[in-house]
Structures are given as structure tokens and as C-alpha cells.
Design a protein around this ligand. Structure first.
Ligand SMILES: NC(=O)c1ccc[n+]([C@@H]2O[C@H](COP(=O)([O-])OP(=O)(O)OC[C@H]3O[C@@H](n4cnc5c(N)ncnc54)[C@H](O)[C@@H]3O)[C@@H](O)[C@H]2O)c1
Length: 506
């Protein structure tokens, strides 16, 4: 596993502090013995303590750094709040000293360090290793608070909101919700899949539209002027769509997200809501929450996870990102998508009389697209203290289903269709998710069920609202690979030259 330069520096600093702590313990103990006992020869004691320090310090160092690594202290994502991290550090140092102190009783190859030294080292290492971290956090907070806020003061009550990628499936509902609530909305979208979803709101007095690519910094700077908050939904969405052109997807999903976040931070636009995905959990048999291990199994999920890490690293007094990890979405929106499992299986059941389920045992959490938009609204309106630097899974515990269960549910509602189980799915995702945190902190409770979603798709197909569900406009992957739209993948990249150079030197 590669170690980044910043993690390497932190490990080196910890190695030095552990050795300093142990050395100080020997020195203090040495002074105490010499002062209290006139019969002890200072030279003999000095050489005995020196030998003990040199022979044993490596063990304490390895155990502490190993435990820190195992407990996630060096991880980039702040899945734990700082105070939890401090508890983890204190625990790791205690365990390490117990191992250090007791190991010499069992393996007597090294001289046994005095118990007093072990105890002193325990205290000094705890003070040093936690104290330095607390001081660093406090210094960063102070530094942040001293930064001038140029465009917008970090506002607790945002009224002017920039939505990136709001012409899409989720965004087109977010826009309507926020406009209905009196927000002033500026949308930046390149309109990859057209503008059908926003045509009816162009003339809204509180709506402003910039057609542009958020990879371009000029577009971003122009769009940020006067804004209090940013909702970032823009991305190449879905595993198959992302896999078409890895560079293009990485540029949009990851690199441009970083630049956007840095611009927000520079301009003091604190509130930043980022659309991530439960796909970051990858494959696991456990029920996962926001602190669980992450195992993305696709480029799409990896770009989202890397973006989360970057945003949380940038968090500070003038930048307060909130990460929303959406479950798999279903239901109708002004920009419908039929590359999502519930919508696609329902459409196939209605139009082809067949519900084909691949594999079927894989678990997946689901949430209605309108509930996803509602969660964005809640995150925007929540007190900043409650949501800053936080990750929320968006969905509900009662909507974790296996794909087979989804097939059976659709079959119950559309009994004329035939349910067919077939082979394995190439999609490796399998995860059940806990949504307790968003329910507890934001009082989020979905207003729709999967049954509602199936019924509304069924009705839209029946009444002609949706014509050909196979239309490429409803499927991100099919749309992006189609010949006439492939040009989108060659949209001028602001980083083309740099990427080419880095590829040459790789
Ligand atoms: N739909 C889901 O099931 C789901 C699940 C989890 C997370 N998400 C996340 O939610 C967000 C929105 O998803 P969606 O389903 O609405 O996607 P979508 O594909 O319908 O919409 C994405 C929008 O982003 C725009 N866009 C893409 N690249 C752009 C660029 N460079 N500049 C400007 N605009 C750009 C597109 O034009 C489009 O309007 C995404 O970040 C996605 O990763 C979606």
C-alpha cells in the first residue's frame, strides 16, 4: 500500500515523539534514582538505562505506529470527529505500553525496563502525541478564522445557492424544491443530456442559468459571485458511464470537484453539499454505516470516495462540506433515468412483460429521487454546526432489498409480467446500509416507498408521459457512447496537456 507524503511525515513525527517520550521517561527516572539513593553509582545506572533504551525503544515505536495505522489514525477521511480520534489515540498508547511493559516478562531476551519508566513513558507519550494533534487542530482553526472572506461571509441562512449539475435526474427536483421555497438559484450545467428537465423554469424570476462546464475555472469563479452555498451534483454518473473514458470521468468527478471546492474555500463559501454514493461501500456482508470500511469496486465509486476525502481534508473554518451518500435511486423526475434497476425492471415488466433479474442475492439500499432531493434540502437548511464535515447515508433502513426482492416486488405489482432469474450479475456491488444517522440528526424519513416508485413509472409508461424508455437520453452510458454524442467525451479539457504529460512520465 502506497503511503502519501503527508501520512509519511505524520508517521515520522510520531516515531520521533514516541522515542522522545521513552527517552524522557528514562531521564526522569535516572534523576529520581540518583537524587533519592546515594548508594547508586550514576555511571553504572546511566549505562544500564542507555542499554535498555537502545534495546527496547524499537518495540514501543513499532507497536504504537502499528496500532495507530490499524485504528485508522493515519486515514485521510475524518470518519471520526476529532474528539473520537483523540480517544482512539489515548487507547492505542495505553495498549502499546501494556504490550511493551509485559512483553519483557515473557520474552526475557532484553533487559527489563523499570516499571516506573514504562508508566512515565505512558504519560509522556499520551501528552505528546495527543497534545501535538490538538495544538495542530487549534492552530488550523485559528489560521482559518483569520482568512479574509472575500465574496460571501459564511452564512448560516443561505438564500443564494449555486447548483452544479442541476439539470439531471436528482438536480431537476432539487431546483424546483428550492425555488418553491424562495431561494435564488444559479444553475451551472453543461446540459449533457439536454435541457428538457429545466425548460419550464428558465423564466422563473429567482432562477439564473449558466450553461458551462465546471471543469473551467472561469465558469466557476463567475458562478460563485454572490452565492452563500453550493450544491454539487455534477458528475459522470454510474459505473458503465464512468468506465467509457477514465480520464474524462476522473477530470469531471474528481479533479474539477477539487478545484471547485478550493475556489469555494478561497471565497469563503462555507456550505458545500456534495452528492456521493453508497457505492463507496462496494461489497460487504455487514450492515454498513458512515464509519464502515470502504471498498469501491468501480471507477465511479472510487472517484466519489477520493472526492469525499479531498473535501474533508479541505474542511475548516471557511469551508464546511457535507457529504450525502445516496442509496440507489428510483422514481420519476423531470429527467427520468432508465439505467437504474427499479426503473429499468419496471419498464421491462410493463413494455416487454418480463422482469429479468441477474444474480439476485446482492443487497442494495434504495431511495426515491424526490426523497433524495428532500435530503439535499434538509442538509442545506440544517444548522451548519450539525452538518459541517459530516457524512450522511441517504435512504432508509426499511429500503434495503436484494435484487431478487426488487424483482418479486415489481412482479406483485405487475403480475402479468414473467419473473426470470438469470445467471450472475457482473455488478459486484453488495451492501446493506444503516440510515440511522440521517434519521437521528436531520430527522430525515423518506416519504416514498419502492412500491410508489414502481407505480409512478408504470403510470408514466401507460399514459404516454414516457414514450420509448430505451431512448438514449434516459441512459447515461448509452447516451455517452452513441456516435453523435461521443463528442461530449472530447469536450475541451482544461487539463489535457497536464494529463498527457503525466501519462508520458508514468
Ligand atoms: N441517481 C443515482 O442513483 C445516484 C446515486 C448516488 C449518487 N448520485 C449522485 O448524485 C448526483 C446527481 O446524479 P443524477 O442521477 O442526477 O445524475 P445525472 O447524470 O442525471 O445528472 C448529472 C448532471 O451533471 C451535469 N454535468 C456533468 N458533467 C458536467 C460538467 N463538466 N459541467 C457541468 N455540468 C456537468 C450533466 O449535464 C447532468 O445534468 C451525481 O453526483 C451522482 O454521482 C446519484
Amino acid at each position: 500500500m502506497a503511503i502519501s507524503r503527508s501520512v509519511g511525515t505524520r508517521i515520522l513525527a510520531d516515531v520521533l515523539m514516541v522515542n522522545l517520550g521513552l527517552l524522557s521517561a528514562f531521564v526522569i527516572r535516572y534523576v529520581m534514582v540518583i537524587v533519592s539513593s546515594s548508594s547508586t553509582d550514576p555511571n553504572v545506572l546511566f549505562s544500564s538505562y542507555s542499554r535498555q533504551f537502545l534495546a527496547t525503544s524499537w518495540l514501543l515505536t513499532i507497536v504504537i505506529v502499528g496500532l495507530f495505522q490499524g485504528f485508522g489514525v493515519y486515514h485521510q477521511v475524518r470518519a471520526y470527529r476529532q474528539r473520537f480520534k483523540a480517544i482512539v489515540i489515548v487507547q492505542a498508547i495505553a495498549i502499546a505500553h501494556l504490550i511493551y511493559g509485559f512483553s519483557f516478562y515473557f520474552v526475557a531476551i532484553f533487559p527489563l525496563p523499570p516499571r516506573g519508566v514504562v508508566l512515565l513513558s505512558w504519560v509522556i507519550c499520551t501528552v505528546l502525541l495527543t497534545g501535538v494533534r490538538i495544538a495542530r487542530t487549534a492552530f488550523r482553526a485559528f489560521e482559518e478564522s483569520e482568512r479574509p472572506k472575500t465574496i460571501a461571509a459564511a452564512s448560516a441562512q443561505p438564500r443564494h445557492v449555486l447548483v452544479i449539475g442541476g439539470a439531471g435526474y436528482i438536480g431537476s427536483l432539487v431546483l424546483r424544491r428550492l425555488l418553491d421555497q424562495g431561494y435564488h438559484i444559479r444553475l451551472v450545467d453543461v446540459l449533457m443530456y439536454g435541457d428538457a428537465a429545466i425548460q419550464d423554469i428558465y423564466s422563473h424570476p429567482h432562477f439564473e442559468f449558466i450553461r458551462g462546464d465546471f471543469r473551467h475555472i472561469e465558469t466557476i469563479v463567475r458562478a460563485l459571485v454572490g452565492m452563500d452555498a453550493v450544491i454539487h451534483l455534477g458528475a459522470i454518473v454510474g459505473d458503465p458511464a464512468c468506465a467509457i473514458d477514465a480520464d474524462f470521468s476522473t477530470e469531471i468527478n474528481l479533479i474539477a470537484t477539487r478545484v471547485l471546492a478550493e475556489a469555494c474555500k478561497g471565497y469563503g463559501i462555507s456550505r458545500f453539499i456534495f452528492a456521493s454514493t453508497c457505492s463507496v461501500y462496494g461489497a460487504s456482508d455487514l450492515t454498513l454505516d458512515e464509519r464502515s470500511a470502504l471498498k469501491p469496486v468501480s471507477l465511479y465509486a472510487q472517484t466519489k470516495l477520493d472526492s469525499e476525502r479531498i473535501l474533508l481534508e479541505l474542511a475548516g473554518a471557511t469551508f464546511a462540506p457535507t457529504i450525502l451518500r445516496f442509496a440507489t435511486i428510483y422514481g420519476l423526475s423531470p429527467r427520468p433515468r432508465f439505467d437504474l434497476v427499479v426503473n429499468l425492471l419496471t419498464a421491462k415488466a410493463v413494455r416487454e412483460g418480463k422482469i429479468t433479474v441477474f444474480g439476485g442475492d446482492q443487497w442494495r439500499p434504495f431511495v426515491h429521487v424526490d426523497d433524495a432531493a428532500y435530503a439535499v434540502q434538509l442538509a442545506l437548511q440544517a444548522p451548519l454546526e450539525l452538518v459541517k464535515g459530516e457524512i450522511f447515508n441517504v435512504g432508509s433502513d426499511s429500503q434495503n432489498y436484494t435484487i431478487t426482492q426488487i424483482g418479486e416486488l415489481i412482479h406483485r405489482l405487475i403480475p402479468d409480467a414473467q419473473l426470470v432469474q438469470q445467471g450472475n450479475d457482473i455488478d459486484k456491488r453488495n451492501y446493506r446500509v444503516s440510515f440511522a444517522k440521517i434519521a437521528r440528526l436531520l430527522h430525515f424519513a423518506p416519504r416514498h416507498t419502492v412500491e410508489d416508485g414502481v407505480r409512478e413509472i408504470q403510470a408514466a409508461l401507460a399514459n404516454g408521459q414516457i414514450g420509448d424508455y430505451y431512448d438514449r437520453a434516459f441512459n447515461n452510458h448509452s447516451f455517452l457512447i452513441s456516435e453523435d454524442n461521443a463528442a461530449l467525451l472530447r469536450l475541451e479539457s482544461p487539463w489535457a496537456e497536464r494529463l498527457a504529460v503525466s501519462r508520458l512520465s508514468a
